[in-house]
Design a protein. Structure first.
Length: 293
């Protein structure tokens, strides 16, 4: 087992950094940051605070979403001189809902070595504390900001049996959960993890139908960065419509009036006409809102 770091010349190191608590960083990550020639950082001010906390000093260059493509040339030029570079983002692992993927792709194409230095990840941290018994999950990341696009993406996920993992910003948390409730139904279990590893860390588990009320009970629950975990479609054991029935109804509503679509869906699937009718009304309402948005 290797116990010490050796920095290779002309190598790009992808370094995971804390998602909140500045002490959540590995010894190897600290060694790497201290030994490379420079650090490419999403926000140099954020990284400067991390380095100062750990008594490190290093030349920093900015690399974020808006300059990632343009910075490739500068970084490749530095690597060609035998100088190694560490890439970090503001929190967590670069390239996971953060800048880094484009840079790594281009640097690999140019023939330089890329070495990952594992570190914190908000999605995995939330999963570990949620108590969801699953060996499979789908990491989606951030849903679209637009309500119409967000609901369209959720419809693509409705029948998947995997635990669904989303990131969300505070100003969209209520709208996103409302859309999840409309598209996915209220019977799924949701884990709301906010401000992980920080002072006001909160992890709450409830039925999706109860999530909005819980968040609205306290304005502070709408603050911070969120990880949302939703159990997959195969965990829905309570009475209700199957995914197949919902998909059948949705297809019929595209070509038939509501009453006929409900009646035919009930005949084809054998499921409750009243539940199908309620679902049809919800779908129609959602489609109307999308058309007007």
């Amino acid at each position: 087992m290797q116990t010490s770091s050796k920095i290779l010349p002309g190598t790009l190191y992808i370094v995971g950094t804390p998602i909140g608590n500045l002490r959540d960083i590995s010894l190897r990550a600290l060694e790497t940051l201290g030994m490379v020639g420079m650090i490419a950082a999403e926000d140099t001010r954020v990284t400067a605070r991390l380095l100062e906390y750990h008594s490190l000093s290093k030349k920093l260059i900015p690399l974020h979403r808006h300059n990632e493509a343009a910075t490739v040339k500068k970084i490749s030029s530095t690597l060609s001189q035998g100088i190694s570079i560490a890439l970090v983002t503001d929190a967590g692992t670069p390239g996971i809902s953060d800048p880094g993927g484009l840079l790594v792709n281009r640097i690999r194409q140019l023939g330089y070595d890329v070495v990952p230095i594992p570190g914190p990840n908000a999605a995995v941290s939330a999963l570990s504390a949620a108590g969801i018994v699953t060996s499979q999950f789908l990491f989606y990341g951030f849903l679209p900001a637009s309500g119409q696009a967000r609901r369209r993406e959720l419809r693509n996920l409705v029948s998947l049996p995997y635990t669904l993992v989303f990131y969300e910003a505070p100003h969209r948390i209520l709208d996103s959960i409302r859309d999840m409730l409309e598209i996915l139904g209220g019977r799924r279990e949701i884990t709301i993890a906010r401000e992980l590893t920080k002072l006001f860390e909160t992890i709450h588990v409830c039925a999706l139908v109860d999530a909005i009320a819980w968040i609205e009970e306290d304005p502070n629950r709408q603050r911070g960065e969120f990880v949302l975990l939703l159990t997959g479609s195969d965990t829905l054991s309570q009475p209700g419509l199957s995914d197949q029935a919902q998909q059948t109804l949705s297809k019929l509503l595209e070509v038939l009036p509501l009453a006929k679509a409900v009646r035919l869906a009930a005949d084809l699937t054998g499921e409750s006409r009243s539940l199908l009718y309620e679902r049809a009304l919800s779908l129609k309402k959602g489609w109307a809102e999308e058309k007007n948005s």
